[in-house]
Design a protein around this ligand. Structure first.
Ligand SMILES: Cc1cc2nc3c(=O)[nH]c(=O)nc-3n(C[C@H](O)[C@H](O)[C@H](O)COP(=O)(O)OP(=O)(O)OC[C@H]3O[C@@H](n4cnc5c(N)ncnc54)[C@H](O)[C@@H]3O)c2cc1C
Length: 447
């Protein structure tokens, strides 16, 4: 399958839309898909509405890393559970998912970076993760022919990867096989609210009555929620990715330093990306939430390029309406698949860094370059919570650049939250009120 998924990808899930169900899931990325899967398994009638294509946005555009390493400690237990789910999913779907457990390596060019790795590893040990520090010699044994003089690294052998643009649509087929109704080309325009609680949704294909709605809309969640008076301080950044033609293997797992990240795909090419660089389009939400983002900006300022405005119809473009009528075309239909242009500057820089590190491979020939809008939160930690002010609405968004690996784990957790079951994890770290209750913003590790 060509990557990533776009509007040119044929519709694979066409409903039909029911008049009523128990739960509507908004958004067909990995979070919505795995939530629908788990809700269906619990015997609930679930409908997933996707405005474009399953996995059209972040969930087919990501690097495919499934990592425990470097996670926020609030997320780590859910991520460890998620890895167990990935293993059983790979048994159900076989090779097709592209699941391979060959490790994640972070590479340090400075002693300060090594100290940061060691601090994370020391705390992670109590969770039982198999993360180890690596000397320069151990790195050289694992990564063949690298010219970069790394001081050492951080390595988690049990971390893994999968091929996102294949995996997430397959998982959607699995959700459908368990009874979830999935409808592509079906934007949810608004919630139906009666007596102060959610009673359904209005979609472009008609209304669905339901008791609960899960908002898993990725970069669109804040725009949708705000129209109903729910403020999510979410922003998005553009992240550029590229795919090389097949090349010899230099490392079996996934690796990154502060300049570039790489991992070999199932087709023998590498998926390359910058280690940290990304672009940020300034819009009304950036002004609204500026204060909340100061702590993370201080850490990340150098890796962010600021651009004055997003292209038309992006969630936080200056011209995007903040209110719309439920019986008219909404911003969600105007942009079925958010498919940003990759940054030519970043593509050139990353290719140069990769070639300088692996001179024996020569200049990489690219077969594709693309970008995705990463939905992020002020502390780089998701929001997974019920909205107290609007009973029936559950938020599952702001995965902050690491939602692919944790998707199966969060899907299970969110389904139990919706079903009123014990989720088995402490979700305090993911509450929406942390941005308004006077709590200090505590950014997760940007490792
Ligand atoms: C370049 C890049 C690299 C990344 N690398 C990794 C990685 O290696 N490992 C990792 O774990 N994570 C990674 N991530 C992050 C990961 O891809 C995301 O966190 C994850 O895919 C988010 O899933 P989601 O379901 O929340 O959102 P999305 O995949 O963005 O899906 C949201 C969906 O909701 C739909 N939608 C929105 N509003 C509506 C509406 N009103 N009606 C109907 N549908 C709607 C959208 O069309 C979209 O398809 C990366 C992300 C990017 C962009």
């Amino acid at each position: 399958m060509p990557f990533p998924i776009s509007e040119a990808t044929p519709v694979r899930f066409a409903g039909p839309l029911p008049d009523a169900c128990d739960v509507v899931v908004i958004g067909g990325g990995v979070i919505g898909v795995m939530t629908a899967w788990n809700l269906a398994e619990r015997g609930l009638r679930v409908t997933l509405c996707e405005k474009g294509r399953i996995a059209g946005e972040q969930s087919s555009r990501n690097w495919g890393w499934i990592r425990q390493q470097g996670r926020d400690f609030g997320e780590l237990p859910i991520m460890m559970e998620s890895l167990r789910h990935w293993k059983s999913l790979s048994q159900e779907f076989g090779e097709a998912l592209g699941f391979r457990q060959e490790g994640v390596m972070y590479l340090a060019r400075t002693e300060a970076e090594m100290a940061g790795f060691e601090a994370w590893r020391a705390e992670a040990r109590s969770f039982g993760v198999d993360t180890e520090m690596q000397s320069a010699g151990q790195v050289a044994e694992r990564i063949a022919g690298a010219a970069t003089p790394w001081k050492g690294g951080l390595f988690t052998a049990s971390d893994a990867r999968a091929e996102p643009w294949v995996a997430v649509p397959l998982l959607a087929e699995g959700a459908q096989a368990r009874g979830a109704v999935i409808v592509e080309n079906c934007a949810v325009r608004a919630l139906d609210i009666a007596g102060g609680r959610v009673t359904g949704v209005v979609t472009e294909q008609g209304s669905i009555a339901c008791d609960q709605v899960v908002l898993a809309g990725g970069a669109w969640s804040a725009l949708f929620a705000r129209a109903h008076g729910v403020a999510i301080p979410q922003l998005s950044v553009r992240a550029t990715v590229m795919a090389t033609e097949p090349l010899p293997q230099v490392f079996a797992g996934n690796a990154a330093d502060d300049a570039f990240a790489f991992r070999r795909r199932a087709d023998g090419g590498y998926t390359l990306a910058p280690g940290a660089a990304h672009d940020f389009f300034i819009g009304p939400d950036a002004f609204r939430n500026f204060g909340l983002y100061l702590p993370v900006l201080k850490k990340d300022f150098r890796s962010t390029k600021f651009l004055p405005a997003a292209p038309s119809h992006y969630p936080d473009a200056w011209g995007t309406p903040r209110r719309w009528a439920a019986d008219a075309t909404s911003p969600f239909e105007r942009m079925r698949v958010l498919n940003p242009e990759p940054s030519a500057r970043i593509v050139a820089d990353v290719c140069q860094s990769f070639a300088a590190c692996f001179p024996h491979l020569g200049a990489p020939k690219l077969k594709a370059a693309w970008a995705g809008m990463i939905d992020t939160m002020p502390d780089v930690v998701p929001v997974v919570d019920r909205v107290a002010a609007l009973p029936g609405l559950v938020l599952a968004t702001g995965m902050s650049g690491h939602g692919f690996g944790i998707g199966p784990g969060f899907g299970r957790v969110i389904a139990d939250l919706v079903a009123g079951n014990d989720t088995g994890h402490d979700l305090h770290r993911f509450r929406l009120t942390r941005f308004t209750d006077g709590s200090k913003i505590a950014p997760g590790p940007s490792l």
